[in-house]
Design a protein around this ligand. Sequence first.
Ligand code: HEM
Length: 214
Amino acid sequence: MKGTAIMRHHSVAIVRNRYDAVAIVRSRYDAVAIILHWVIALGILVLIAMGLAMTHLGLAPMAKFQLYQLHKSIGITVLLAVLLRVLWRLTHKAPPLPAMPPLEKAAAESTHGLLYLLMLIIPLSGWALVSVSPFNLPTVLYGLVPWPHLPVFSGLADKAGVEAVVKFIHGKLAWVLTGMAVLHAGAALRHHFILRDGILGRMLPFGRRATKEP
Ligand code: HEM
């Protein structure tokens, strides 16, 4: 919302908008959104590094097996965190974006939409991958919680063929996600260091208010 901030307190701002009306807006994300954002971001970074290590480093079989198990455990954790984040986002409005050119706003919104989509499809394809694998290895999250296979794949005749397709999707989309995450983080840093509009601070646990008013 474009407006002149009259007063700010912790997580709300009282602003005078362009119609000269006074409105109270939440200027920060809430604690649940912030915790989920950073848990998911860290999880994705770790998963990409692990995914590449376990498929490309030629590790010893036991180390490779353990890395696969941990990748599956963290991957399902990220899936659950993303589902929670989507639910939270649908029920708790995000603080409004500051005034920005329509094209930038469209870029921000479509990047966010695509990130959500990838953050759902990639772990789901990982889950599909282990469910369709002819090896049929069980998934036990962190060695403690048995996790079922997706039942749709149990009766398939050509498991190996489907596995190859799902493996391709999982690996390639992880690269797309990496690109989108770099774009997303780059935009956040631009807002912080160049535009100085406090956008990054809204998602930091101890974020400070804008150095320039929105
Ligand atoms: C956001 C979540 C996830 C990300 C970002 C991610 C990322 C990756 C990456 C980068 C690779 C390496 C791909 C390659 O270079 O070939 C990989 C492989 C793999 N992932 Fe994930 N993953 C995620 C979730 C999951 C989940 C939930 C599971 C299973 C429950 C899973 C199972 C696997 C398996 C089995 C492989 C090995 C595929 C192969 O053998 O080629 N992943 N993942």
